[in-house]
Design a protein around this ligand. Structure first.
Ligand code: GLU
Length: 280
């Protein structure tokens, strides 16, 4: 049984790029007689808004999509992420990181040729080198900390990994990200941890999302292997681009679905324009 999902964050209105992504997931499930799920990725309480979540349901229904209930909202499942963190900690693969963004930026700037990954400069490993006594005293003093994955140790444990991408096996090489954050200072989870745990708990067998997230899937494969979670197949789809050839993004003013609708475009027209059957 194919199980797919669309997993938006309620930090703004869905635009046509999101519609394309949602349709890819829903169509993959429909074509295979499978199930389509919707998940609300709302771990970041400072950026998420109830009005945007309500708009997600409205806009997707307008687009002709139907999803299973109840919808999983990540903010209601911090216990699941804490349990995963505890397992990784028990394996000796996480460490507290007290650094501020500013400190990390200063350290990166001070070291010539600091390595960069897909998301920018790699964490220089400052807090990985703290000893147990210093960690304990800073935690006891109430200093806020994130939890990072010790990438080198994690990879040493799993050995080389591969993933199923669009029907082919390819290497999954998460080392390029360095010691990623698994739990933020303000939230007991991060995107990478929550998405990996949720896809497994929800029984997702086919993860579809934009190709900009292909390298992120390397991290998810690693976490699946470490946590003994099932391995889904992946299909990273091309990103829609605007007339200028640049990818559609909220910050570049990609047109919100509600504005498309307000212009009098029907959902059937939009679906057809995006290359899908006009009716679900
Ligand atoms: N919440 C993520 C986003 O909106 C989901 C990406 C994913 O499918 O994993 O980009």
């Amino acid at each position: 049984m194919i199980v797919t999902r669309f997993a938006p964050s309620p930090t703004g209105y869905l635009h046509t790029g999101h519609a394309y992504s949602a349709l890819v997931a829903a169509e993959a499930a429909r074509a295979a007689g499978g199930r389509f799920l919707l998940r609300i990725e709302d771990i970041d309480a400072t950026r998420c808004r109830p009005a945007f979540e309500a708009a997600i349901y409205e806009d997707l229904a307008w687009l002709g999509l139907a999803w299973e209930s109840p919808v999983r909202r990540q903010s209601e499942h911090f216990g699941d992420y804490r349990a995963a963190l505890a397992r990784l900690d028990a394996m000796g693969l996480t460490y507290p990181c007290f650094c501020t963004r500013k400190e990390i930026a200063a350290e990166v700037a001070a070291s010539a040729g600091a390595p960069h990954g897909p998301d920018g400069p790699l964490y220089p490993g400052t807090c990985r080198r703290l000893d147990a006594a210093e960690r304990a005293s800073r935690i006891a003093a109430g200093e806020p900390y994130a939890l990072r994955l010790d990438m080198a140790r994690a990879i040493a444990r799993t050995g080389p990994l591969t993933m199923a991408e669009s029907g082919l096996r390819m290497p999954a090489a998460p080392a390029v990200f360095g010691d990623v954050v698994l739990a933020r200072k303000d939230v007991p989870a991060s995107y990478h941890l929550a998405v990996t745990v949720d896809d497994a708990l929800q029984g997702v067998t086919l993860v579809t999302r934009g190709e900009d997230l292909l390298p992120a899937s390397f991290i998810h494969r690693l976490l699946q292997d470490l946590l003994g979670l099932p391995e889904p197949a992946y299909r990273h789809h091309p990103l829609l681009t605007g007339p200028d050839g640049r990818r559609l993004a909220k910050r570049d003013g990609a047109e919100a679905l509600r504005d498309v609708k307000a212009r009098g475009v029907s959902a059937a027209d939009l679906r057809a324009r995006l290359g899908f059957a006009a009716s679900p």
